[in-house]
Write a protein that binds this ligand. Sequence first.
Ligand SMILES: NC(=O)c1ccc[n+]([C@@H]2O[C@H](COP(=O)([O-])OP(=O)(O)OC[C@H]3O[C@@H](n4cnc5c(N)ncnc54)[C@H](OP(=O)(O)O)[C@@H]3O)[C@@H](O)[C@H]2O)c1
Length: 287
Amino acid sequence: MRHLILGGTGTVGSQIVEGLRERGESVRVLTRSRERAQELPDGVDAVIGDLMEPSTYGEVFRDFDRLFILNAVAPTELHEGLVALNEGVRAGAERIVYLSVQGADTVPHVPHFAAKVEIEKAIRESGVPFTILRPSNFYQNDHWFQGPIMEHGVYPQPLGDVGVSRVDVGDIAQAAVRALTEPGFEGRTYNLVGPDPLTGEDCADAYGRVLDRAVKYGGNDLDAWEEQALAMLPAWMAWDFKVMYAAFQKDGLVADEEDLAQTRTIVGRDPRPFEDFVRETVEQWRG
Ligand SMILES: NC(=O)c1ccc[n+]([C@@H]2O[C@H](COP(=O)([O-])OP(=O)(O)OC[C@H]3O[C@@H](n4cnc5c(N)ncnc54)[C@H](OP(=O)(O)O)[C@@H]3O)[C@@H](O)[C@H]2O)c1
């Protein structure tokens, strides 16, 4: 089976590429970058193109059977998602797997969630067999927080005090690989969640236990968070994430039994506990 993976050089997509290669599948990855094309694993084909550059669509959308769509968070996300869908359908995609987000429909005032609601809708109406994956907040976001955690003993992601059922990217990739290669997942939307809802304090405590020293939660002040985030993120993105964190702080994003059952079904096992991820990550950070 030939797979075209959009987002295949990123956090989620690179693990999907690895999983497909382990199954002996043929994989083609879209990237905008010649350097990243050269860094792809052996046996993976790269195609250079850009979802915002129509002159590249003919070269990108060919020689595949199944299409994985992941769009980066961007003001153009809806446009890029619809390009991927339209061009994928035109090129004869026989199956589409789309990476959305947990809560896309319940928190539709967050810009990068709203884009996904519209893309999901268009995919459902496309007539092509599809699977929609809606993951919660990634454990792997914590890779951005190595400095604050290790140097200052602060866990800075402002998740709030209600709880978010964060999930491991390995579980998301496993779900995507199964949806691309196995029968039985078509026409369905899966929330992908971890085993426990995690508050900001819970995350700080998990790092504290593994490091065996105090790690404090950075707190719920979103204006202070935005000011710090502007050192790393463009202003539009910091604002979008601030709106998302405000929603997390107000209502949380807590999985129910049905979400956990959906996750187990498509991942094929229990989702990874957070503390397991923290142990591995701290070991890496300690070198
Ligand atoms: N982080 C979370 O907690 C979380 C939770 C749920 C859902 N999500 C969703 O997951 C997605 C992000 O996934 P990720 O973290 O794996 O992404 P990522 O690591 O930021 O990678 C982004 C990918 O998109 C590609 N890309 C960006 N702009 C492109 C364009 N114009 N044309 C073609 N390709 C383009 C990049 O390719 P090149 O740079 O190689 O061109 C790269 O492969 C977002 O939609 C986000 O909302 C995230």
